[in-house]
Design a binder for this molecule. Structure first.
Ligand code: ADE
Length: 357
């Protein structure tokens, strides 16, 4: 079945006749805007995957409604791109309340966090992304706010310093992090609900892709969606980005329909291989093999050699390599697996590296 065929959309019209670069740019811009606005699921029913989290959250929300109490604070953690922000928006939508979205690096000064807490409306959701990056002072301001909806304001200087306890509206904090382990104990303990988002299966991703394609009026068949899904690192955000690239390719090089072949050609051109690994992934694996005999090697060393910062290597590059079985994390550092040797076509025996794992 070809999705996106049903509407006579602008993009289809553009395929009639030659396409000038300016027109392509306009299509791209239009896609970007539509993308942000439309493809994000707004309800649990629209949201594909993370089934057990969804079911538990539905019950938590329903119970809070029945008891007529404020929803507990929620911590969502897991690799980037799996839908933590999307889930927070859905929770707000399902609770019929508004949401204020910020991230820990934007709450650097005490007045930043105080300002946002004091601006909250009754029942509102406060979403703090990268919550593991909150500084100590901001954390301490947050504790009483989370516990009994108050904040301690200090006035005056040194000897004349006074603390005033002031109320804030009841709210639910949703914290998101790629690193639950980096959260301080006291902060973690103040969340009543903690969920880890899992990587998506190819089947789930394929459904995400077909849903997004339909909304964006992009024509794609089942095999095209499966091909993108296989190369999207089990991550919806990446899958949605790749649809766009494959759609460009189909428009310019094909007949506008994303098939297995167009998807494969488009992703090959982007250096995204059959396992979804990109240039940085392959560089990291071959670096460990060629320079460190397969490992172990510290992440700091790898980051310097790749010219990336440690946080990017740890939070963005490594999680999928670990999940897909190309890399192992040991106490002494990172080691590649046999699968990595095979994928890169490097023979471990010839290099005399047997028995390293
Ligand atoms: N787009 C991004 N993530 C999604 C999801 N989990 N379900 C549906 N569409 C999505």
């Amino acid at each position: 079945m070809i999705l996106g065929d049903e509407n006579n959309n602008k993009q289809n019209k553009k395929t009639n006749g030659a396409i000038k670069p300016v027109e392509l740019e306009a299509i791209e811009l239009e896609l970007d805007r539509t993308y942000e606005k439309n493809i994000r699921p707004k309800t649990f029913d629209d949201y594909i995957g993370q089934n057990s989290i969804k079911e538990t959250l539905k019950i938590t929300i329903e119970a809070a409604k029945k008891r007529n109490v404020q929803l507990d604070h929620i911590l969502l953690y897991g690799p980037p791109g799996l839908g933590k922000t999307t889930l927070a928006n859905i929770i707000a939508n399902e609770c019929n309340v508004s949401i204020k979205i910020t991230s820990a690096p934007a709450l650097e000064r005490p007045r930043d966090i105080i300002g946002i807490l004091m601006s909250l409306k009754e029942g509102e959701i406060l979403f703090i992304d990268e919550i593991h990056r909150l500084n100590k002072i901001a954390e301490e301001i947050l504790y009483p706010a989370m516990e009994d909806y108050t904040i301690d304001l200090t006035t005056g200087k040194s000897q004349t310093v006074k603390t005033m306890r002031v109320p804030v509206q009841k709210f639910t904090l949703i914290g998101a992090t790629t690193k639950a382990g980096a959260l301080s104990g006291p902060l973690r303990d103040r969340f009543g609900v903690i969920h880890r988002l899992e990587f998506y299966t190819n089947e789930e991703l394929s459904r995400v892709i077909k849903r997004s394609a339909k909304i964006l009026n992009i024509k794609i068949n089942d095999e095209g969606a499966d091909e993108i899904a296989k190369r999207a690192r089990c991550t919806p955000r990446i899958a949605n980005r790749l649809i766009k690239r494959a759609s460009d390719w189909a428009l310019v090089k094909g007949d506008g329909i994303i098939t297995k072949q167009t998807a494969s050609d488009a992703l090959d051109a982007l250096n995204i291989d059959k396992e979804g690994l990109d240039t940085t992934d392959r560089e990291l694996l071959s670096l460990i093999i060629k320079n460190y005999n397969g490992g172990p090697v510290g992440v700091e060393t790898l980051a310097v050699a790749l010219g990336e910062d440690i946080r990017t290597v740890e939070d963005v590059v490594e999680p999928y390599l670990l999940q897909a079985g190309f890399l192992n994390r040991t106490q002494r550092g990172r080691c590649v697996t046999q699968k990595a040797y095979e994928h890169l076509g490097i023979n471990k025996n010839k290099n005399g590296q047997m028995g390293l794992f």
